[in-house]
Write a protein that binds this ligand. Sequence first.
Ligand code: 6PG
Length: 247
Amino acid sequence: MSSTQVITCTTPDQLADTVASRLIDAIVDAQAARGTASIVLTGGSTGIAVLASVKASPLRDRVDWQRVELWWGDERFVPADDPDRNDRQADEALLGAIPLDPARVHRMPASDGTLGDDPDAAAEWYAGQLTAANDGSDAWFDVLMLGLGEEGHTASIFPESPAAYDERVACAVRDCPKPPPTRISMTFPTLARAREVWMMTAGRAKADAVAQALGGASRSQIPAAGPHGLIRTLWLLDEAAAASVRH
Ligand code: 6PG
C-alpha cells in the first residue's frame, strides 16, 4: 500500500487547476507507457471543478482523448437526464467538448435505463463491465479520483454503511445521508485497483474529516481513509480543508 502525500493549494480554484494539470500529465504518461489511460471520475463540487479546469486548459489537446477509458467511482441512481447525475455534470463540465470514444465512456446505469429501477441489478451490471474490461490484471485504473464528505464518506461509501463492508466489485447504496438517497458505488476492493488514488477536497467543513482520515481513522468510520493507490496516494486539498492536518 503506497504512502500518502499531501499537496495543499491556496484556494479551491487553484486546487482544481492543479489537479487538472496533473491529470493531463498522468493521462499523457499512461498513454505513452500503455497506449491508453483509464481514469475514474468522481462527482461533487471539486471533482466537477477539476473537469471544468481541464476543459479550460491550453494543455488539454496534448491528450489523445480517443484512447481514454472513463469510469465513475459512484453515481446517483436517478433518471439519465436528471441534473443530479454525476455523468451529466461531467458532460457539461468537459466530456461534451472533447473527442472521446463513446465505447470507452463507461457510465453507471440510470434508474430509467434498460435494467429498470433496480439498483442492485445496475451495480451487478457495472461490476461485470469492470471485470470484463480488466482481464485479471491488478491495476484496473491509472488514476482514480475521489471526493470526501464532511462526515468522511468517499464515492458513495458512507461511515458504518453496508457498502463499507461489501467485498463485491460494486454495490447499490440506499438511504444515503447525502441526497439523492439511492446510488451505485465502487467498493473498497475496486477502489484499491488504481495505480494512483487522488483524494481531493476543499473547504473548512471538510477539515475534521480530512484530519481524521489522515490521522489513522478506520475506513469503516471514515471511508475516505480507505482508498490507497498501488503506486501512489495523493491528497489534494485547499488550505481550508487542510487546516486541521498535523504537519
Ligand atoms: C457524489 C460524490 C461524492 C462527493 C463528495 C464530496 O456523488 O456525491 O461522488 O463522493 O465527491 O460528497 O462532494 P463535494 O465536493 O461537493 O462536497
